[in-house]
Ligand binder design. Structure first.
Ligand code: GUN
Length: 302
């Protein structure tokens, strides 16, 4: 193996320790802690496990955490009223509505109802606009792209003038990470290309990348010969390709595979993120950072 592993599990611990220290300092000096509410509608098993992990992390950092679970058949109106309640609650600084929502609820309408200054997911159009403008305008970068940028920076990968190729153009990962990497500023200043399902020659673009960010949702899409020797490869793919029995718990767990052929790619890349244990752990971490920042904006500390 030639590539250095960029482990999200390790970077997460560093960032969470930094957040915890700041929470304690703010609590001592201002008598307040960050407040995060997660709103979960229904009992989708993946959503339940994400929300549980978010709440557990918030608790471990000394946040006020509220897990507000609602039945599958809650009306859109009642959900909007609930969001309004938290918009007006001074002890809550971050509101997260776990997606997907049931079909009878208009997801866009719900996300747009969250106060943009409590939108720690960064999905509200106001925050999407702020991200596009860049610099000090940005309040809540979306969590997965923010985690990716943090990993690149903490691994010591040069981004200034680098050729960044993003595979995928989703609103949650591809589009925002492309914008973030091309902005002026540290950890950015890159030349960015976005490729997608209609791109004519994916391989030729990927081969130019100093930093290759893959968020396509296609297991093993990126072949080793598409990788420039020494490149930094960030694999955002979390594809369930089967099930196995966990050695630790004896329970059935998903077998996860990334969008990159890891075993071959690690012999060519300079840096690479594993799946699992790479980008995945960073998303919740950056949600905590956004929630802390929300309180800091309110207190005039950021
Ligand atoms: N469902 C899957 N990922 C996410 C996320 O990052 N935020 C929210 N709100 N829902 C999700």
């Amino acid at each position: 193996m030639t590539a250095k592993l960029i482990k999200g599990t390790e970077i997460r611990e560093q960032i969470l320790a930094e957040i915890k220290e700041e929470v304690e300092k703010i609590k001592a000096e201002h008598g307040v802690v960050p407040g995060l509410v997660t709103i979960l509608v229904g009992e989708n098993p993946a959503s339940v496990s994400y929300v549980t992990a978010k709440i557990k992390t918030a608790k471990s950092l000394g946040f006020k955490e509220v897990q507000d679970n609602q039945p599958d058949d809650i009306s859109e109106e009642a959900l909007l009223e609930l969001i309004d309640k938290y918009n007006n609650d001074d002890t809550i600084h971050g509101i997260l509505v776990q997606l997907p929502l049931p079909k009878h609820i208009d997801e866009k309408k719900v996300l747009n109802a969250i106060d943009p200054d409590k939108d720690v997911d960064g999905f509200h159009p106001v925050n999407v606009g702020r991200l596009m403008i860049g610099g000090k305008e940005v309040k809540f970068p979306p969590c997965t792209p923010a985690g990716i940028q943090e990993m690149i920076v903490r691994a010591g990968v040069e981004t200034e003038g680098a050729e960044v190729v993003v595979v995928g153009r989703s609103n949650i990962v591809g589009k925002p990470i492309a914008v973030m990497m091309m902005q002026k500023g540290p950890g950015a200043n890159a030349t960015v290309t976005v490729v997608h399902t209609r791109t004519k020659d994916l391989a030729s673009h990927c081969k130019r990348a100093d930093i290759l960010i893959v968020a396509a949702g296609v297991p093993g899409l990126v072949k080793p010969e598409w990788i420039k020797p020494g490149a930094c490869v960030i694999d955002v793919g979390v594809n369930r390709v089967g099930e196995k029995i966990s050695e630790k718990t004896g329970k059935k767990v998903a077998i996860l595979r990334g969008d990159v052929d890891f075993d071959a790619a690690k012999e060519i890349a300079g840096w690479i993120t594993p799946v699992p244990g790479g980008v995945g752990p960073m998303t919740i971490t950056m949600l905590m950072k956004n929630t802390l920042n929300s309180l800091k904006y309110k207190l005039g500390l950021a």
